[in-house]
Design a protein around this ligand. Structure first.
Ligand code: ATP
Ligand code: MG
Length: 553
């Protein structure tokens, strides 16, 4: 049953614009700066921009906002493209702000010709001082009154490499008394003698964000330029530049950035985690990056559903990380094959099962998906169960194994624990149990009831694997409001490694890099660090939200 969802405020704007005939079709863009890997906040922006175009029959450009040569790299360009594709979106064009450097330069010349831009020799400290404060207007300096001819000559010389970094800048001539500090003659160009990942050493002046962004939108005929709320004060400048240059009037709209509990979404902060080796890389499965979520086993559908559900807000808010996990479980529950893996094995000898006998059992791959078929499981005299599934002195509602107690082995038989075998230190080393042959799963008319069902593996056939169990990277829910460094709030238990867990052999014959539900344990996916000797599985998410419960306690 599909429920009619109400429009978000950006959809309302788009519908209205189309209805009024303002545009025949819409064109949006996703404008990442290639200075890091995309994170979950970017996923929100991608789903919004591409989603709008899909919904209203328009298109979306991918535009790399590469105007800062120092921090940008082709490694990031490649990862960004891979991530967008993986999320399930296709861009109409792949563009780079750097493709427009010549055009932007010409725009700057136009502004100078109109007396709307000037070359300033002041240092950045002087400029900051002269700008005044929100309650105090700025003061003009002598460079503000330079002639158009002088400005044209100096700007050309800036381009030609005559000046050192910081020696001169190009500024728009707007209003030094504006209550909006961004209009107090904002910088348009700065000198930076640096190698650019695409233009090489062709340029030594680079446009500032405000001069590149709106102009790039306009060059591409973007209709709806959607960005996050911190750009609200930039909108006046965005409109001013477009108006003065008399170019295609793209419009900027702002929405609240996605913030998530226990998470930082700032490329600068994420980069520091990578550089200081606090995590193993941008795709360390504990990171909030798209590549990390992919490696951890999150699905594109889960991320898209999550972005859809949280909607588009006009005010900053904080989304609970467990909502994202909820959508991951929802999706994987429908698609993941079920397998049995014992994390901490305890040996069981089935005393009344013949030595060397083997019985083939049938296990459905996924009870949620009737056409998923089944796999074979071999039952043998010696098996392993989870150590925590046995207690010698169980509390009342312990429905697992205990002396004299009955329990069902999944896909197999009901067993009873007859004897607990201990070593000299009094530690339990194995259990002797008997099985009830008349209780075979799927064929049980015995009327005998066991209250619990356990997962298990055959000791003869089980394969050792390594498990990596992840928990949230930070201990504080609201990482934007902390005292001290964000790295002071790292969760020391964010990664737990279990060596020598035992898996049913089928798991290693299954398709690689599919998601599996390890019965009673959680969703898992094979990690790329695996080789033929060492098989590693990442825990994507546990079966239920144990953390929220923990907090309630
Ligand atoms: P960061 O603060 O992580 O460096 P950014 O805004 O500098 O992010 P960009 O590469 O410039 O990173 O972002 C590309 C697009 O993604 C922009 O339109 C930006 O507004 C959007 N975006 C970035 N972070 C978020 C977020 N947390 N929620 C929603 N959209 C975001
Ligand atoms: Mg940015």
């Amino acid at each position: 049953m599909s429920e009619e969802k109400s429009l978000n405020f950006i959809e309302e704007i788009v519908e209205n614009d189309l209805k009024e005939g303002k545009y025949k079709t819409i064109l949006t863009r996703f404008p990442p700066e290639p200075n890091g890997y995309l994170h979950v906040g970017h996923a929100k922006s991608i789903c919004l921009n591409f989603g709008l175009a899909i919904k209203y029959g328009g298109k979306t450009n991918l535009r790399f906002d590469d105007t800062n040569p120092i921090t940008e790299d082709t490694e990031y360009v490649d990862s960004i493209k891979e991530d967008i594709k993986w999320l399930g979106f296709e861009w109409a064009n792949e563009f780079y702000a750097s493709d427009y450097f010549e055009q932007l330069y010409q725009f700057a010349i136009q502004l100078i010709r109109k007396g709307l831009a000037y070359v300033d020799d002041s240092t950045s400290e002087e400029i900051a001082l002269q700008k005044g404060t929100p309650v105090q207007p700025g003061v003009p300096n002598q460079f503000r009154e330079r002639s158009i001819e002088e400005n044209l000559r100096l700007f050309e010389e800036m381009r030609a490499g005559k000046y050192a970094d910081g020696e001169k800048v190009l500024r728009a001539k707007i209003d030094l008394a504006s209550p909006n500090m961004l209009l107090r003659d904002p910088l348009l160009y700065r000198i930076k003698h640096a190698h650019h990942h695409r233009t090489g050493d062709k340029w030594c002046i680079y446009p500032m964000y405000d001069f590149a962004h709106g102009q790039s939108d306009s060059i591409e005929n973007i209709t709806h330029s959607i960005c996050t709320l911190e750009f609200v004060p930039h909108r006046t400048l965005y409109d001013w530049l477009i108006e003065k240059l008399e170019i295609f009037p793209s419009h900027q709209y702002e929405f609240a950035r996605l913030n998530m509990t226990y998470t930082v979404v700032s490329k600068r902060k994420l980069l520091k985690l990578v550089n200081e080796k606090i995590v193993s890389g941008w795709d360390d499965p504990r990171m909030p990056t798209i590549s990390a979520m992919r490696r951890r086993g999150y699905t594109p559908k889960a991320i898209r559903d999550f972005c859809d559900r949280i909607g588009v807000a006009k005010r900053d808010n904080m989304i609970d990380l467990s909502l994202l996990e909820f959508f991951v479980r929802e999706d994987l529950n429908k698609t993941a094959f079920r397998r049995m893996v014992v994390f901490n094995p305890l040996k069981i000898v089935i005393t009344n099962f013949p030595e060397n006998a083997e019985e083939l059992l049938e296990g459905e791959n996924n009870p949620e998906d009737k056409i998923s078929g089944s796999r074979q499981i071999i039952f043998t005299k010696e098996i392993f169960i989870e150590r925590e599934d046995f207690l010698e002195d169980p509390p009342k509602k312990f429905f697992r194994l205990a002396p004299g107690q009955l329990v069902r082995l999944k896909y197999a038989y009901i067993i009873r624990c007859d004897e607990v075998v201990k070593n000299d230190n009094g530690e339990i080393i194995e259990l002797h149990c008997s099985y009830l042959p008349e209780t075979k799963s799927g064929n049980d008319n015995s009327g005998i009831k066991a209250k619990g069902t356990l997962h298990w593996v055959s000791s003869k056939y089980a394969k050792p694997i390594q498990l990596r169990l992840y928990d949230r990277l930070f201990t504080n829910a609201d990482m934007d409001n902390i005292e001290g460094e964000y790295t002071d709030f790292l969760n020391p238990n964010s990664l737990q490694v279990i060596n020598n867990a035992l898996a049913e052999p089928q798991l290693l014959k299954d398709p690689e890099y599919a998601s599996y539900q390890f019965l009673r344990k959680g969703y898992f996916i094979k990690d790329k660090d695996s080789d033929t000797e060492h098989i590693i599985f990442n825990r994507t998410v546990d079966l239920k939200d144990s953390w929220s419960k923990e907090i309630k306690k």
